[in-house]
Structure formats: structure tokens, C-alpha cells
Design a protein around this ligand. Structure first.
Ligand code: ADP
Length: 334
């Protein structure tokens, strides 16, 4: 359980809306459930907006209550569906969105999504002063202001389960596999997967990897009898499928690795208990944070405690890869 702040409510709301946006992540559903149940406990009506900002513009609204969110905890994806909406980048479109929210008497908006989705929420607040709260919903865990994001643990678990299977065939055929995982431009997902799966190496965008050096290390390990097979976890680094190019380069250097791109498999599936607990906590805290009169913030976790970070910082600052993660990986290679 996370350490929770002492809340002091100073304001009230009659009606708030929630939406999920951008890439879906396992755990969005328990977050929706927690938001609705907590809001209901304070007498706040909740409007669920389907299909993110696109659904907001099309007024795809559903009143949510305790019953409509029952049975959501274990379901992957998002009940509210998600979408990308390019026109939301335009000020005139956001004006239209604000007019729709006002027309429906919606006093605050809670957005679950990645940094793009949270940028949209921040702009709505900046332009119209409508209270907004963001929740980090992404398997990439690349959002500044939180150590963890809803869906990250499930994606790590799914990737590790996949690699466990690939490892069996890698061992049987004395083969190396490049297993590419998601994470956009952030390498933490790849690092966690590599540690948990017992991978030989990891290639992440934060550190330059020399393919010649990697190929030589593999050859050396084989010579020493400690690595005739194994897994190299490759972060997609914003270029899904680029591990095919890496394998080609390794082939030129005498290695013959196979490639497995895990792809969207990592986005789906039942959220783990960890992600459900995180989602329930953040969903609950989002309502308390609104009632405390805070706005334009993301609710996340920092060093085991629930934290709030201004959305301005969330969308302008870059999260670094913790040094200790790479140290651990390096020391486990020996
Ligand atoms: P994620 O939220 O997972 O990072 P995207 O970056 O695709 O995913 O963003 C999801 C949606 O959020 C976009 O389709 C758009 O509707 C909205 N959005 C993203 N960036 C902005 C921005 N700078 N201003 C307004 N809306 C944005």
C-alpha cells in the first residue's frame, strides 16, 4: 500500500467527467472504477466520455455509477475506449470541447493517459481554467513526476512471460534472441524486463550500444562456455521493429540471432495486482485532490508515497533512466 497524504477538502463538485486517451494500458479499468466509486461516495455525478478527446467532441457521454463500473477490476484495456484525436492540438477545437463540457454542466475533467493526453488536459486548464487532474496511464512509465504508471507492471510481467517461453527454444537450439519490447523512447520497460527475465544484455536508447562489441561479447561468452544461448532485450527506442536491423548487422559480424518483436501483446491482458492497487489508489486520490482545490496536476507515486506534480512540469520535463538500474544490469552480466 502507498503512503497517502492527509487530505483537507476545501471545495465541492456536482459533476465531473473522466476519459482515457492515447495508448491504452492495463489498469485503466480499475482506475475508472476507483474514480467513479470515490466520486459517488462524495455525491459527485460522473460522466464517462468514450473514445478520449474525439468522443468528447462527439459528445459520446455515459453517466457512470457504482453498478456500471462493477466487474471492471480484472479487465484489460479501457471500458471507456481510447482514441487519438489530432484536431485537439488546435485551439479552436479545444474551445469547442470546453463549450461542450460547459453545456453539460461538467465542472472538472480527469484524464488517464500518457504525456500527450496530459498535455491536452493542461491546455484546457490554461485556456479555460476548468479544473483538470491527470493520471499516468501508460505501459511505458515514461512520464515525469511519477515513479510508476498504470499498466507498466502488467507490461513487464507479460513480456517476461513471453521471454520465458522464448528462452526454452533459445536453449534447445543454442541460439540468441533479440526480443524487442515497447517503451517508446524510454528504456525502463526494457531494463525491468531484462532483469526479471535474466537476459544476457539490454539495449536501451539512453546508452549507446556498439553492435561489434555486443557480437564480440557473445562470441567470447560462447568460447568460455557460459552463453551458448540467451536473450538480448531491445527497447523499441521509438522505432518499432528496428531489432530486425540490429540482427542483420550482427549477422554481418558472424552471429545469427533470431528476432521476436513482442509488440501490442504487451498492451493487453488482465492488469496485475500491483497495477490494480496503483490504479485504485491513484483513482481515489484524484477525487480527493480535486476536493482539496488542486488542479492542473498529475497524481502519481514518488518513493512509495502518493504525490502531485504540476502538469506543466509533467509535460516539459524528461524522466531520466535511474542509474542504479543500469548498474544492476551491468553487475548481473558477469
Ligand atoms: P499518449 O497520451 O499515450 O502520450 P498521444 O501522444 O498520442 O498519446 O496523445 C493522445 C491524444 O492527446 C492526442 O491524440 C491528442 O488528442 C491529445 N494531445 C496530445 N498532445 C497534445 C497537445 N500538445 N495539445 C493538445 N492535445 C494533445
Amino acid at each position: 500500500m502507498y503512503q497517502l497524504p492527509q487530505y483537507s477538502h476545501i471545495t465541492s463538485f456536482s459533476k465531473v467527467a473522466i476519459l482515457t486517451s492515447g495508448g491504452d494500458s492495463p489498469g485503466m479499468n480499475p482506475a475508472i472504477r476507483a474514480l467513479v466509486r470515490t466520486a459517488t461516495s462524495f455525491g459527485i455525478e460522473v460522466i464517462g466520455i468514450h473514445r478520449g478527446y474525439a468522443g468528447l467532441l462527439n459528445e459520446e457521454f455515459e453517466t457512470l455509477n457504482s453498478k456500471s463500473v462493477s466487474g471492471l477490476c480484472h479487465r484489460g484495456g479501457t471500458y471507456l475506449k481510447s482514441a487519438r484525436c489530432l484536431e485537439f492540438h488546435e485551439a479552436a477545437t479545444r474551445q469547442r470541447a470546453f463549450d461542450i463540457l460547459s453545456k453539460h454542466g461538467i465542472e472538472a475533467l480527469i484524464v488517464i493517459g500518457g504525456d500527450g493526453s496530459l498535455s491536452g488536459a493542461h491546455e484546457l486548464y490554461q485556456e479555460f481554467s476548468i479544473p483538470v487532474i491527470g493520471l499516468p496511464g501508460t505501459i511505458d512509465n515514461d512520464i515525469y513526476g511519477t515513479d510508476d504508471s498504470i499498466g507498466f507492471d502488467t507490461a513487464v510481467t507479460t513480456a517476461v512471460e513471453g521471454i520465458d517461453k522464448i528462452s526454452d527454444t533459445a536453449y534447445s537450439h543454442d541460439r540468441h534472441f533479440l526480443v524487442e519490447v515497447m517503451g517508446r523512447n524510454y528504456g525502463l520497460l526494457a531494463c525491468h524486463v531484462a532483469i526479471a527475465a535474466g537476459a544476457e544484455m539490454v539495449i536501451v536508447p539512453e546508452h549507446q550500444s556498439d553492435i561489434t562489441d555486443i557480437s564480440q561479447q557473445l562470441a567470447q561468452r560462447r568460447k568460455e562456455g557460459i552463453g551458448s544461448s540467451g536473450i538480448i532485450v531491445v527497447a523499441e527506442a521509438g522505432k518499432s521493429g528496428w531489432s530486425n536491423q540490429l540482427s542483420e548487422e550482427m549477422r554481418q559480424l558472424g552471429e545469427d540471432p533470431r528476432v521476436c518483436v513482442l509488440g501490442h501483446l504487451q498492451r493487453g491482458g488482465k492488469p496485475t495486482a500491483h497495477d490494480r492497487l496503483l490504479a485504485a489508489t491513484l483513482g481515489n486520490c484524484a477525487i480527493h485532490t480535486l476536493l482539496e482545490g488542486k488542479t492542473d496536476v498529475m497524481v502519481g507515486v514518488t518513493k512509495g508515497a502518493v504525490s502531485t506534480t504540476p502538469l506543466e512540469a509533467v509535460i516539459t520535463q524528461k524522466k531520466g533512466l535511474p542509474v542504479e538500474v543500469m548498474d544492476l544490469i551491468n553487475e548481473l552480466q558477469h
